[in-house]
Design a protein around this ligand. Structure first.
Ligand SMILES: [Mg+2]
Length: 258
């Protein structure tokens, strides 16, 4: 219903959040996660999260950027996400370090609604700039795409209002030759929504966000093993999400009428 299937299998990037831990501890934890899924790409957090240039702990980001590249080698695809931690000047300084270590994208360098500032960072940094997970406005996405403030768009399939709205953003991005790597929260069946959305995206980025298969909502069967094999996951096929929810789980809940 979303469109033609372009990607029956999806390559995932391993996402994590070890802010607050030292650079040394963070890189060990990132490595353990990446080894467990076989992902060929990863993303980690830099800066303190909307922290006006404060790092957490101090000095972590500058130590961790070279450390992650050294640990995983030149072939690993590496993304970094500041969650709007920086002012323009600091975002550019950190982005230049990522450039030196061959990073593959830099997400939310400044607060998400600092549109002109995002554009300044994008113009100053050679590596692609990604963003959009907090953006609620179709018109703001249009501005960000039209003005080349973002290289990669990341509408959230839940917060932005579902797959159809998110697909409109991806289509706008396609008209400018840009890719889409949707953002999705780690809870519930978000991972399945991500997979179905990406499977129908002609301009999908090469790797997609993966925070693990949570088992909050139990399934009794699925047309895919829902395992990451060498960093690839098969998208379930069939009606709906291609899975069946456990009948006992459904029976234990009551319907809520508005
Ligand atoms: Mg993010």
């Amino acid at each position: 219903m979303l469109g033609k299937i372009h990607h029956p299998k999806i390559a995932v990037y391993q996402a994590n959040n070890f802010r607050g831990k030292s650079a040394e501890e963070s890189v060990d934890l990132i490595e353990a996660q990446v080894r467990s899924t076989g992902a060929k790409a990863l993303k980690f957090k830099v800066g303190g999260r909307m922290s006006n240039n404060q790092d957490f702990p101090k000095g972590r980001t500058e130590a961790l950027i070279p450390m992650v590249r050294d640990r995983f080698g030149p072939k690993m695809v590496i993304y970094a996400d500041s969650n709007g931690s920086y002012t323009v000047e600091e975002a550019i300084r950190i982005g230049k370090i990522m450039e030196d270590y061959g990073y593959d994208f830099y997400e939310e360098p400044v607060p998400f609604d600092w549109y002109e500032e995002t554009l300044k960072v994008t113009n100053a940094i050679k590596i692609p700039i990604a963003g959009g997970e907090q953006e609620p406005s179709m018109r703001n996405f249009r501005w960000l795409i039209k003005n080349d403030a973002l290289d990669i768009v990341q509408p959230d399939i839940f917060y932005f209002g579902g797959m159809i709205r998110a697909m409109k953003v991806a289509n706008m991005a396609a008209t400018k030759g840009k890719t889409c790597t949707p953002h999705i929260s780690g809870s519930g069946l978000g991972y399945l929504y991500m997979m179905h959305f990406v499977s129908a995206l002609p301009n999908a980025g090469p790797y997609h966000e993966f925070k693990g298969f949570n088992h909050e909502i139990p399934l009794v069967n699925s047309s895919s093993s829902l395992n990451s094999v060498n960093g690839m996951v098969e998208v379930p096929t069939g009606p709906g999400l291609g899975i069946t929810l456990a009948p006992a789980f459904i029976a234990a809940h009551k319907s809520v009428n508005a």
